[in-house]
Design a protein around this ligand. Sequence first.
Ligand code: 5AD
Ligand code: SF4
Length: 482
Amino acid sequence: MTDTKSSKAASSGDTPRRVFIKSFGCQMNVYDAQRMADALSAEGYVETATPDDADLVLLNTCNIREKAAEKVYSDLGRIRVLKDAAAREGRRMTIGVTGCVAQAEGAEIVARAPAVDLVVGPQSYHRLPSILKQSAKGAVIDTEFATEDKFDFLAPPSRAATRARGVTAFVTVQEGCDKFCTFCVVPYTRGAEVSRPVAKIVAEVERLVDAGVREVSLIGQNVNAYHGEGPDGRTWSLARLLARLSEVSGLARLRYTTSHPNDMDDDLYAAHRDLPALMPFLHLPVQSGSDRMLSAMNRRHTRADYLRAVERLKTAQPDIAFSSDFIVGFPGETDADFQATLDLVAEVGFAAAYSFKYSPRPGTPAADMDEQVPEDLKSARLAQLQALIDREQAAFNARCIGRTFDVLLEKSGRHPGQITGRSPYLQPVQVMADTSDIGRIVAVRIEDVRVYSLLGSRLAAQDQQNESAASAPRVAAIAHGA
Ligand code: 5AD
Ligand code: SF4
């Protein structure tokens, strides 16, 4: 994480304490890490970019696959060495494990890694400052699902901290999952679906925009199942929330992730048609192209249902592109099932996709299913699927050559004079511009494709500088090339 200076600690004259936070996994962990940093900043902590000199090291963990969960223990081994070295210098280093491994394993973490001083689940981050004080007397485990709303207690970021984090931001609007896909730990680690009230989200977005943020991604494990309390006392859908946020002056772009196909409703399709701020790029996980596997996964939708959702989105927003998640080697997956996944990828033509080998997670139904697929077969299928996805992505990128995109300029690029921005499809775009342009949305003609980014040149006369979300065009002057 970047070193964001805390104004409070700096101005108080005390030596600030340093916190190093390492986040694994999903975007919600990135957001949570920022909120933890904000909560600790109010206690006089500043962030540091390395664990070496930290007074507090937090590993914000991910439990979605075994590899991610095990990574925590190898990191803890390394950090324990730093803790011992600090102790020899007369310094105390506190080690905390937060996130989904903390929630799933609780006290087992301290049993396996005794250097750990605190274990805090995702619903208890607001108690971090008091847990920290308690931990001076011995290890503290807090994996309660709190009855209070943690967001009411988490300090908002300072304007300076928000600025330092850049012109795009995540905002959690929904947490937890009631879907219980048979492979997934999320319903157990993040709990049942909870939606934040509209007014609190609007206030948070307004604060971010006031500090220079131009693009907000609404995040939730099942974000399109959002059903938060509106200011009128009624339940608002995600579509209604998006419409409200698109009225925030100065906010140019909105995204939402991650969605479940079954929670796409009529209003949300209409939002893609009607809200210019809503970017034409949607992450819509399908997991498999085989109905047999989808049923065993308890996805509660078919391949045809998924394709129908894709078609409806394309009708609502002809420029839309998709990304997705896939699991290969789910128990019982045959060659024919896997082929159905390959066929689906070819049929939809994803702009990007993430694919994973099925990883049995303790406590989930699929972990106990017969017909577990051998590891080498999983690896072979993964390689084959990833090669196809790479080809699809390269083809999508190649089709961008000759098009003109609105690009949000985000940060200095690799070469002098270059700024890295993002297209509506989240592709990094390298363009010659000034650092003072960061935060602007400029029209860029795409001229070339590199492995990880697009290269383009700016059409100076067409800058979209101070537009509000309501008037921001998404894909400017489309001239389909290649
Ligand atoms: N094994 C492999 N991949 C998984 N995912 C979730 N659980 C597992 C698991 N047990 C993947 C799904 C999900 C993404 C976030 O991680 O594809 O959409
Ligand atoms: Fe996990 Fe399925 Fe819920 Fe997504 S919808 S978080 S994959 S249980």
